[in-house]
Design a protein around this ligand. Structure first.
Ligand SMILES: Cc1cc2nc3c(=O)[nH]c(=O)nc-3n(C[C@H](O)[C@H](O)[C@H](O)COP(=O)(O)OP(=O)(O)OC[C@H]3O[C@@H](n4cnc5c(N)ncnc54)[C@H](O)[C@@H]3O)c2cc1C
Length: 432
């Protein structure tokens, strides 16, 4: 059996390892255009801040690929010919497959601003190793930088630039930071924290034009309000989309919607071709198509797609959504449905006085359905279980301490949270 995997991110690398566990004899080729070795994209910011070397971003020893007899191929796949059952690389090399996995990840969204032509010097994204190189080249302590886009990647880029002593302006279209994930109080806590680190955070500001230097580099931006902001580095982090553009030019493209459309067993519309990770759009029976685009989702999908390729019966059922990250140093854990909760859902939200610590639990029909926690560390597996078990708010509050990580510096004192919860509960009982 010849397995070929296009894309050596977490979905592709996990698939390669899973296939090897299933079949000691198969030939496995893992093709990557971006890097020689699989690396952790989520840790890109730590390399930028010089806390990790690029080598530290690689989760595996380099010799693991030889030991597992997985052939690493550096190059971009530019064609898929399902009739010949072969992919062709930009170098011209053709690689035949019996089973092919597409795990080509996501690409940054590109704005359609006036004056933006190609990729002018100074314009950067923060998604790939090549983006990191560009960012590092343009980083100048004291220099002016603008980051557009108030989400996870935007705040990471802002933190890196501020870390290197740049004068950073953070332009956010929405009325508070990251409204798809946060309520106004939470978003404001994050923006205030970022401002305290010397970053200018400007809300409700929509960029409409890129201003250029005489030689075509970036000089700044103009916003809809008419304001102009100067910069030598313009970081654009306005979301990502499945990397599918290249498939429009291949001999036999798979069916594309928002991403490469796959069945719950990760098979595409092409025979013997599967897709997984950030590039995949999963068609789930009775539910909206799913594009996950988170690290553990891509890892899980890579493993399941590999098992499907090896002949297992797979029917993907997405688990409770969970994620954790740091937002300019503030711990962030989320689980379940928070801002996308059903109408009629109720929120218990409290912030510990004098601290950048908050707890939000969303309840619907008597059961906790979502958690958003900022400023302290939590073990999300508890939240997943409580959501799956449809635990009520009283149960959650009685057991909340158990979900805290027992970290070296001690757990956050939750007594103010419990006191607020009692008041919230009494008010709920009074008002129905
Ligand atoms: C800065 C940043 C921070 C993030 N932080 C978090 C976080 O805190 N938590 C979280 O859950 N998620 C986070 N994510 C998202 C997470 O990194 C992705 O969901 C995950 O990496 C997706 O894995 P993947 O294998 O599907 O795709 P990718 O990691 O994108 O890997 C796909 C690989 O395929 C290559 N490729 C594409 N086209 C071709 C081709 N034609 N031929 C050959 N190779 C090709 C790409 O260059 C890439 O190397 C972050 C992302 C970024 C950019």
């Amino acid at each position: 059996m010849r397995y070929v995997i296009a894309g050596n991110g977490v979905a592709g690398a996990t698939a390669a390892m899973t296939l090897r566990q299933r079949d000691r004899k198969a030939s496995i080729a893992l093709i990557g255009g971006e890097s020689d070795y699989f690396f952790s994209r989520t840790a890109l910011m730590y390399a930028y801040m010089d806390r990790l070397t690029l080598r530290d971003l690689e989760p595996f020893e380099r010799n693991v690929w030889d030991k597992q007899a997985i052939r690493l191929v550096r190059g971009w796949v530019k064609d898929i010919d399902a009739g010949r059952a072969a992919v062709t690389l930009e170098s011209g090399e053709s690689i035949p497959y019996d089973r092919l996995l597409l795990a080509t990840g996501a690409r940054p969204n590109r704005p359609t601003w006036e004056g933006l032509d190609g990729t002018p010097d100074g314009f950067v994204h923060f998604v790939s190793l090549q983006d990191l190189e560009q960012c590092e080249r343009l980083t100048k302590p004291g220099g002016k930088a603008i980051v557009v886009g108030g989400g996870l990647i935007g705040v990471e880029l802002v933190e890196c630039l501020a870390h290197h002593g740049m004068d950073v302006t953070f332009l956010i279209l929405e009325p508070w930071y990251w409204p798809v994930a946060m309520a106004a109080d939470e978003g404001e806590m994050i923006s205030d924290h970022i401002r305290r680190h010397g970053v200018r955070v400007i809300l409700n500001e929509e960029v409409v034009q890129v201003l250029s230097t005489k030689d075509g580099g970036v000089r700044g931006v103009r916003t809809r309000s008419g304001a102009e902001y100067e910069c030598g580095l313009l970081g654009v982090a306005i979301g990502v989309h499945p990397a599918v553009e290249w498939l429009a030019r291949v001999t036999t493209p798979p069916r594309i919607g928002r991403g490469i459309q796959v069945q719950p067993d990760f098979s595409t519309s092409l025979a013997n071709v599967w897709a997984a990770g950030d590039c995949a759009e999963i068609l789930l029976p009775g539910a909206s198509p799913l594009v996950e685009q988170i690290w553990y989702g891509a890892k899980r999908q890579g493993e399941l797609a590999a098992r499907s390729m090896a002949g297992d019966k797979i029917a993907y059922a997405p688990p409770v959504f969970c994620n954790s990250s740091k937002l300019f140093g503030i711990e962030y854990t989320t689980a379940g449905r928070v801002n996308n909760a059903a109408s009629g859902a109720r929120n218990f939200y409290t912030r510990i006085p004098g601290k950048e610590v908050s707890v939000r639990v969303v309840e619907s029909d008597g059961a906790a359905i979502g958690f958003n926690l900022l400023g302290s560390r939590w073990n999300h597996t508890f939240f997943e279980r409580w959501i799956a078990e449809r635990r009520g708010m009283d149960y959650v509050m009685e057991h909340l301490r158990e979900a805290q990580f027992d970290v070296e510096f001690g757990r956050q004192d939750l007594s103010p949270v419990f006191a607020d919860y009692q008041s919230w509960r009494e008010a709920s009982l009074t008002h129905g």
